[in-house]
Design a protein around this ligand. Structure first.
Ligand SMILES: *[C@@H]1O[C@H](CO)[C@@H](O)[C@H](O)[C@H]1NC(C)=O
Ligand SMILES: *[C@@H]1O[C@H](CO)[C@@H](O)[C@H](O)[C@H]1NC(C)=O
Ligand SMILES: *[C@@H]1O[C@H](CO)[C@@H](O)[C@H](O)[C@H]1NC(C)=O
Ligand SMILES: *[C@@H]1O[C@H](CO)[C@@H](O)[C@H](O)[C@H]1NC(C)=O
Ligand SMILES: *[C@@H]1O[C@H](CO)[C@@H](O)[C@H](O)[C@H]1NC(C)=O
Ligand SMILES: *[C@@H]1O[C@H](CO)[C@@H](O)[C@H](O)[C@H]1NC(C)=O
Length: 572
């Protein structure tokens, strides 16, 4: 009893302490405050001195490039970043006399491949760039237009409003920058809740503000099928929530185009054979019939599978899936299609006597063989369509023989389910077998808890922490992807769920591994959060305090408010 009391007392004490720890913000906070104009994510190398402040004037400032070809990716971004750098007035400036100052009038962009305008961002684009501000001159060097885009973002972040409300930046800055990982993604789920087109485009802009480069569009799932299919219109008809909750193919194209101009790939996911309830409404004959007590059509509650797993033994399934994947190929220009293949629970397959008979005929002794049979057919379809596949790790776990180019997305971890290995075990195994791995397990940012400590957790993840592979294997760990599953997210709260929590992950994936101290990062992240707010992204606060003179909803009636008027950086 005494022991129990001590344990209880200890628990209560801990809870109180924990509460205090979260609520009470000690002042001053630990760590060093970041000066204005500090970039996020942190560049590979930065050397700034502050001997001189340069003033930027909207009418005089120019961005020049050495490009010898027309390139919309560059010209659009020159326009976009002018708007980002010189936002419409968001509050009444105090008119003050100017101090002595020097001006910065030109940013010169030098692209080594000056005769090339790539059509679409790709898996091995060169995003490196160097940026120097010296003697009132700004120079941005990049090998490709993609590096120029990333450098423009950094340049825009180096500018800030001084206390006289003038747009300035520091002279004498040298930045040498390149990404740590080539794949830096975000999964959005538009099936559980529909995300309106302008809000998706806004996230794409925010991704570019963090140098993220892949939007994994989990477009359909059990709950709804919001993609306009032309080959089988009844799939959309029966699968959508309502007419308003559909991405027409023109919508999709405009989103892909918006992303292309920001140097962001869009990888669509058509998740099968599980997660297909909405698809199955148009093709009920493709869905496995679950049996119970000798009777067909029995829902098996408590496990997934009652109305949402395709029956791989039905040969009519494959031509239809081929038609749909062909449509995906035609609408999405990326080299990859994501085939899902996660969470295929076998209970329903196991309950079905016809499947058992079929498997006997095929000499399949195990349901893994059945899933492998299905997955292989789909992988072959995608290969025949001249695309590469990404799959959730389940396909690999089930021993499917995969083509070498296949990318495997790691989402499992013993912290999610104890029977799983740790994500580092999976990274070790997958890369050892020669496949490219994308880490997602520790970055399911739909899970929320109280306080800013949460981004600490995302920030502190080190993908290579327990990595045992050699250099060749390390190259196969191509990056990571945050996932925002949308059970409790729609257009209304997406901004504040994503940002700035995703900002933490973006820095982990871009910046060198040693940039990993959240106590150092928190002030800089707070600055990035305020930057987002001024750019119209309703990012959540992480520290007590305030964002300069602008807060959400504070603009006076006759003055532009970036949050209410989102669109000034080219979003229709
Ligand atoms: C950083 O800047 C200082 C002051 O301009 C300079 O002396 C130093 O050489 C620079 N370091 C590097 C590595 O560029
Ligand atoms: C810019 O210059 C100011 C004023 O000299 C200085 O306090 C600040 O640290 C500098 N900012 C950066 C990012 O180096
Ligand atoms: C940036 O500068 C570094 C060091 O001088 C150099 O090795 C690299 O090639 C430069 N990168 C670009 C894109 O110009
Ligand atoms: C949906 O359309 C397809 C192809 O036209 C057809 O095979 C299928 O039976 C239709 N589904 C329903 C439920 O009518
Ligand atoms: C299954 O195994 C039997 C006996 O080895 C063989 O005759 C038959 O061809 C196999 N069937 C298939 C589909 O591989
Ligand atoms: C890495 O290994 C350490 C020591 O075994 C362990 O505590 C930690 O949980 C591991 N991290 C991951 C992500 O597996």
């Amino acid at each position: 009893m005494l022991k129990l009391l001590i344990v209880l007392g200890f628990l209560i004490l801990n809870i109180v302490q924990a509460k205090l720890y979260y609520i009470e913000v000690k002042y001053p906070l630990l760590g060093k405050e970041s000066p204005p104009g500090s970039p996020w994510p942190m560049p590979h190398f930065i050397n700034g001195t502050s001997d001189q402040i340069l003033l930027l004037r909207k009418k005089k400032f120019q961005i020049k490039t050495n490009l010898e070809v027309q390139c919309d990716i560059v010209s659009e971004n020159v326009k976009h970043y002018r708007n980002v750098i010189f936002p419409p007035k968001i509050y009444n400036p105090q008119r003050k006399r100017l101090r002595e100052h020097k001006y910065l009038n030109v940013l010169s962009i030098n692209i080594a491949q000056s005769k090339e305008c790539p059509k679409y961002p790709h898996s091995n684009m060169d995003e490196s760039y160097n940026l120097t501000i010296s003697s009132n001159e700004a120079k941005l060097n990049a090998n490709s237009v993609w590096g120029a885009l990333r450098g423009l973002e950094t340049f825009s972040q180096l500018t800030y409003f001084d206390t006289d409300n003038k747009l300035v930046m520091n002279d004498s800055t040298v930045i040498i920058d390149k990404p740590r990982f080539v794949y830096r993604g975000l999964l959005v789920d538009t099936a559980r809740h529909f995300i309106p087109v302008p809000i998706l485009k806004k996230q794409i802009d925010a991704m570019a503000y963090h140098k993220l480069n892949v939007l994994h569009w989990h477009i359909v799932d059990d709950q709804s099928f919001p993609f306009e299919l032309k080959t089988y219109p009844n799939v959309t008809e029966k699968g959508k929530y309502s007419d308003a909750h559909v991405y027409t193919q023109n919508d999709v194209k405009s989103i892909v185009e918006h992303a292309r101009l920001r140097g962001i790939r869009v990888i669509p996911e058509f998740d099968t054979p599980g997660h297909v309830e909405s698809f199955g409404r148009a093709f009920p004959e493709f869905i496995t019939v679950c049996w119970k007590d000798g009777k067909p059509y029995q829902p098996i509650f408590g496990v997934q599978g009652a109305a949402e797993i395709i029956n791989p033994t039905n040969e009519y399934v494959y031509p239809v899936l081929k038609d749909i994947l062909t449509e995906f190929r035609d609408v999405f220009p990326d080299e990859y299609i994501h085939l899902g293949n996660d969470e295929v629970y076998y209970e329903c397959w196991k309950s079905n006597p016809d499947i058992a008979k079929w498997m006997e005929k095929m000499n399949f002794s195990d349901y893994h063989h059945l899933q492998a049979y299905y997955s292989s057919k789909l992988l072959k379809i995608v290969q025949d369509l001249d695309k590469k596949s990404t799959v959730w790790q389940d396909v690999y776990d089930n021993g499917v023989d995969l083509q070498k180019g296949t990318q495997i997305q790691i989402w499992k971890d013993s912290s999610i389910l104890p029977e799983h290995g740790t994500w580092s075990d999976y990274l070790n195994k997958v890369t050892k077998d020669g496949y490219a791995a994308i880490l997602s397990s520790p970055w399911y940012i739909n899970f929320i808890s109280y306080g800013y400590q949460e981004w600490y957790k995302f920030y502190k993840v080190e993908p290579l922490a327990n990595f045992t592979g050699d250099a060749e294997q390390a190259k196969l760990l191509i990056g990571g992807e945050a996932a925002i599953w949308s059970e409790y997210v729609d257009g209304g709260n997406l901004d504040s769920r994503l940002w700035p929590r995703l900002s933490a992950i973006a820095e982990r994936l871009w910046s060198p591994a040693h940039v990993n101290d959240p106590e150092e990062a928190k002030f800089r992240l707070d600055e990035q959060r305020c930057r987002l707010l001024r750019r119209g992204i309703v990012a959540a606060p992480i520290l007590n305090g305030y964002c300069g003179n602008y807060e959400y909803g504070m603009a006076k009636s006759n003055i532009f408010d970036p949050v209410f008027n989102y669109g000034w950086p080219n979003v229709q």
